[in-house]
Design a protein around this ligand. Structure first.
Ligand SMILES: CCCCCCC[C@@H](O)CC(=O)SCCNC(=O)CCNC(=O)[C@H](O)C(C)(C)COP(=O)(O)OP(=O)(O)OC[C@H]1O[C@@H](n2cnc3c(N)ncnc32)[C@H](O)[C@@H]1OP(=O)(O)O
Length: 739
């Protein structure tokens, strides 16, 4: 047998404790060691009158049994006074039983304002005021137990008790929120709906029944819920006659009755009524998050043909059992999708794939005023994806799958023209094939995106639906764009970038609203501990690494990219892109640096005419110098040259000083860092930049008064083309080194 539950040292306030249930609670707590504040106004059951005798009697009973108790005769509407009595007598308040109540039963049509207000003032407002007075004390001591007293009349409704049922259900709502807010302070709040013989029920129940519904059959539940060992909170119990049951919400799987771009109609509701009300496969949401996750899911599935919010277990396989084979979907077209965008979307996308103003060569993708402002080539997936997310993959028969099971498997993107930085594009998507991979199903989705009549790009999405294989489909398809293994040698170049903790939160703003990337409970449904990064975000990182390494960030050089997503990436991890150059094809493989896990495999980027472009194997001609110096170092050295060298610099460089007062200086700088990887300099690998400074600013740089980088960001130093460090400057620096 378990040890008796004791309340020694705990202070309990019971409202309405002069009789019935309240008295029973007060006596029970007193017997088990608690110090009890016995509150009772001493009024009649309709709220009239006032007397101290009821509370005094109970206090005496407790004391007679050796317990500690004091009386309080205030109305619960004077909440502070009740709690003050506890503090004055015993120095604290640990447990609060909101029990006081009155009745003003009326059929609804005859309910007066007073009937309504009085009931609300005592039950709902009274419980609020006493609880609020106790709340901060409980919070500070990191312990509290609160009981709200509801009623079956509220839960189920009862003839003649409209005012009472409304107040009683109000208490359930209040308790639910107190449980949420109190959790981190050790404050638990539960609600009971007791059925017992009391002053309130003696008028509505026959005497025999009253006899068997003793108050002593309710008190033990209240004591247990208030004990420090009990972890229950936010729950609702029906209790009476020695029986206790817990209640919870149950919800039908429901039905989406709205279609994108169409009004939601009452007729649609009517047609789906049976399904809306069908409790088969009902869920039991227990938190507002669980409730809302359904809404989020609904938003991403608003186009589903059947409109059913799927079960986590249902997927393609269940579609097959419906006699609705996914194979029937092959060749089906999705509704045409129009995607309008401006420079904002291009910039947001660039930020989403990790571009940053820390890297000056990223500025052309982040600043719409930049003279070479460009849209990253991989932005080409965005209008195409919009056609699936919004245009409705779910409108295809047999595609009633669960979004939390959908992983991006592979991606192919081919550009026919550089993407404009704004425009109105139209995408046409069709299911190219559906494959049965055993552990999952793969949907191949081809999307062609047009600007007017011009075909801008082609995407092939491979969507992997985990657990949806085994429907008897083929395993491979000649429609699939294949992955290609990299050459069997060490990579020619490696580039690493950190993703941030908020990378997915940022990337999703470009249009992939899949909750898998942001909502922990949704991710958990997909089997992930935390939300994962969008595959297309890692894809964007890898693509821009190649663009920088082998194409000098020149978007016109980009032709195509293919990637397989082999393992999830988590926001905050670092992505390391290994690159192998084979002609115009750059093979790539991406790893998570922290774990070494390969996350993108069989991948490649095809470029236009890389033979002529800057490559790591071919250093730039331009009279350049193989120097380990990064740009900051040049700036630092120039500054340290100091005033004495100014004349020498001017003599050797033969600065062209125009009469208008501006000087054009061309430095030939190889930003190679000495490690063989060329991405560390502030202008990236091999940037050719002409820097133009006014005479004054140049002299300030030389004299160390102006940091070249600061000058650049202040807009004083205009950068165009390539940074080059001339032989002449090399000579200067060498001379200087000898000094
Ligand atoms: C409606 C709107 C649509 C919008 C789309 C955008 C949705 C996005 O929001 C979703 C995302 O971004 S998810 C994030 C990115 N993706 C990932 O993280 C997936 C990572 N990959 C994996 O976990 C596994 O490879 C996994 C789970 C995919 C497969 O692993 P396994 O089940 O262990 O498979 P395995 O046993 O290795 O192989 C079985 C067969 O499947 C093929 N295969 C493996 N990985 C594949 C992949 N990534 N893509 C395509 N096929 C893949 C294998 O080749 C094998 O087939 P076969 O035997 O014929 O070769």
């Amino acid at each position: 047998m378990s040890a008796p539950l004791r309340f020694d040292g705990k202070v309990v306030l019971v409202t309405g404790a002069g009789g019935g249930l309240g008295r029973e609670y007060a006596l029970a707590f007193g017997e088990r060691g608690a110090c009890v504040v016995v509150n009772d106004l001493g009024g009649d059951i309709k709220g009239g009158g006032k007397s101290s005798s009821a509370a005094d009697k109970v206090v005496e009973e407790i004391k007679a049994k050796g317990g500690k108790a004091v009386a309080n005769y205030d109305s619960v509407e004077d909440g502070e006074k009740l709690v003050q009595t506890a503090l004055d007598a015993f120095g604290r308040i640990d447990i609060l039983i909101n029990n006081a109540g009155i009745l003003r039963d009326r059929t609804f049509g005859r309910t007066s304002d007073l009937d309504w207000d009085l009931i609300h003032r005592v039950h709902l407002r009274g419980s609020f005021l006493v609880t609020r007075a106790a709340w901060n004390h409980m919070k500070n001591q990191k312990f509290g137990r609160i009981i709200m007293t509801s009623s079956a009349a509220g839960i189920y409704g009862n003839f003649g008790q409209g005012n009472y049922s409304a107040a009683k259900m109000g208490l359930v709502g209040l308790a639910n929120t107190l449980a949420v807010e109190g959790r981190k302070y050790g404050i638990h709040c539960n609600t009971i709906a007791p059925t017992a013989g009391s002053r309130l029920t003696q008028t509505v129940m026959p005497p025999d029944l009253l006899e068997s519904l003793k108050a002593e059959y309710v008190a033990p539940l209240v004591l247990w819920l208030c004990h420090e060992q009990c972890q229950e909170t936010g729950s609702l119990f029906e209790v009476g006659a020695g029986w206790i049951g817990k209640l919870r919400w149950e919800r039908t799987p429901g039905c989406i009755v709205r279609r994108r771009n169409q009004a939601m109609t009452p007729e649609a509701v009517q047609q789906s009524w049976d399904q809306i009300c069908d409790f088969s496969n009902a869920t039991k949401p227990a938190t507002i998050q669980e409730s809302l996750s359904t809404m989020v899911e609904v938003l991403s599935k608003v186009d589903t043909e059947k409109g059913v919010v799927p079960n986590p277990t249902s997927a393609m396989a269940s579609a097959v059992s419906d006699g609705n084979s996914p194979l029937a979907a092959v060749g089906q077209k999705l509704p045409e999708m129009v995607f309008s965008y401006s420079h904002t979307q291009c910039i947001l996308y660039a930020l989403g794939v990790g571009m940053s103003t820390h890297e000056p060569d990223h500025l052309k993708f982040l600043f719409e005023g930049h003279e070479d402002f460009s849209c990253l080539p991989t932005f080409g997936v965005i209008p195409a994806q919009a056609s699936m997310m919004e245009g409705g993959l779910g409108s295809i028969p047999g595609f009633n799958f669960d979004l939390s099971r959908l992983l991006h498997g592979e991606q192919y993107l081919e550009l026919y023209k550089p993407l404009p930085t704004s425009g109105k594009l139209v995408s046409q998507a069709a299911i190219a094939d559906v494959l049965d991979k055993g552990s999952g199903a793969v949907i191949l989705l081809d999307v062609h995106t047009y600007s007017g009549k011009d075909l801008l790009c082609y995407n092939q999405f491979s969507l992997f639906i985990v657990g949806a294989g085994g429907f008897g489909g083929k395993r491979t398809s000649d429609k699939a764009k294949s992955t290609v293994s990299p050459p069997d040698r060490a990579p020619d170049a490696v580039m690493t970038d950190e993703t941030t903790r908020d990378q997915a939160a940022l990337y999703r703003l470009s249009g992939d609203w899949n909750p898998l990337h942001i909502d922990p409970s949704f991710a958990a449904m997909g089997g992930f501990k935390t939300p994962i990064l969008h595959g297309l975000c890692s894809f964007g990182f890898a693509a821009r690494h190649v663009l920088k390494q082998y194409a000098n960030n020149d978007v016109s050089k980009f032709k195509a990219i293919k990637v397989r997503f082999v393992k999830p990436v988590f926001p905050g991890q670092s992505l390391q892109t290994e690159m192998w150059k084979e002609g115009n094809r750059i093979h790539i493989q991406c790893k998570v640096k922290e774990t070494g896990a390969v996350v993108l495999s069989g991948a490649y980027v095809d470029l236009h005419g890389t033979e002529d472009s800057v490559s790591p194997e071919k250093p730039p001609e331009a009279g350049g110098l193989q120097s380990d110096l990064v740009f900051e170092e040049i700036g630092r050295r120039i500054q340290t040259l100091g005033a004495e060298l100014v004349k020498k610099v001017n003599a050797i460089f033969a600065w062209e000083i125009t009469k208008g007062g501006s000087t054009a200086a061309q430095w030939t700088i190889d930003l190679k860092t000495g490690t063989g990887s060329l991405h560390k300099g502030p202008y990236g690998g091999k940037a050719d930049v002409t820097m133009t400074l006014s005479d004054e600013d140049f002299m300030d740089v030389v004299l160390g008064k102006l940091n070249p980088q600061k000058a650049f960001f202040a807009g004083k130093l205009k950068v165009r083309g390539n940074i080059m460090l001339s032989q002449k400057l090399e000579t200067i620096l060498k001379d200087y080194a000898k000094l």
